[in-house]
Write a protein of this length. Structure first.
Length: 248
């Protein structure tokens, strides 16, 4: 069984399928080459002498230049191969001879929001602040979908396992993502559904959300209401009524 693979006929290196021990010979397309050192599995071995500065060829293309003379049978890796990318570390796009085409005023079928943003959907979103209220959010969405009207396409819950027992950047990222969802223009109305005792509760989350239209964004803390399904349904009806006014 062969202990190497030569990917392209022009390659001057082979790739060890298994570890090739020092002194072990391989036959690379009829040329016998003995490993001058142990070649780890998955690594490259030179099958001919490669002079310093010359190209190391794999896949039929240059993958770098030899940083030193590499004899046939030597291990070829980062210690003796350098990048061929040169010293250019920054890139800027400067097209030459390209004229900007005159663009007519473009429009699309969407929903313009009071803040100037535009959505391509007109949905009602239920955003749980914590995974503990996922089931309530899902049940509220299912029930409210029977009452949607006008241009409201769907009532959608966004269950997730986060919002509590998080620390540092992990917690900050969750709060930022939830706030971004609440502000997203595809949502004609949003019900922010909290439990009350979570780390990312509604009062903590509000500074991340920023100023909102009280007609578009409603808040419900489950621990502060006797029947969250009834209270949530009532708020969703208000959101449906509000969002149904939007037309494309």
């Amino acid at each position: 069984m062969k202990n190497y693979i030569r990917i392209h006929e022009n390659d001057n290196v082979i790739v060890a399928i298994r570890e090739i021990a020092a002194g072990e010979a391989v036959s690379a397309d009829g040329v016998q080459v003995a490993a001058k050192e142990t070649i780890p599995a998955g690594h490259k071995m030179a099958i001919c002498d490669i002079e310093k500065g010359c190209e190391v060829i794999k896949y039929g293309f240059r993958i770098g230049n030899a940083k030193e003379d590499i004899k046939a049978g030597r291990w070829v890796h980062t210690h003796n191969v350098g990048t061929a990318l040169g010293d250019l570390l920054e890139y800027s796009y400067e097209p030459v001879g390209v004229k900007e085409a005159a663009m007519p005023d473009a429009t699309f079928m969407g929903f313009k929001r009071p803040d100037g943003k535009a959505g391509v959907r007109n949905e009602i979103w239920i955003i749980p602040t914590v995974g503990c209220v996922n089931n309530i959010a899902t049940a509220l969405a299912k029930a409210a979908n029977e009452r949607r009207k006008g241009t409201v396409e769907e009532i959608i819950a966004f269950p997730h396992p986060y919002g509590c027992s998080q620390m540092g950047d992990d917690q900050e990222h969750t709060r930022t993502i939830l706030a971004d969802l609440i502000r997203h223009p595809n949502a004609g109305g949003v019900l922010v559904l909290g439990l009350g005792c979570e780390n990312s509760n509604i009062d903590v989350l509000k500074p991340y959300i920023g100023e909102t239209d009280p007609e578009r964004v409603k808040y419900l803390v489950c621990q502060e209401t006797e029947d969250e399904m009834e209270a949530g349904g009532r708020l969703l009806d208000e959101l449906i009524e509000y969002a149904s006014r939007y037309a494309t």
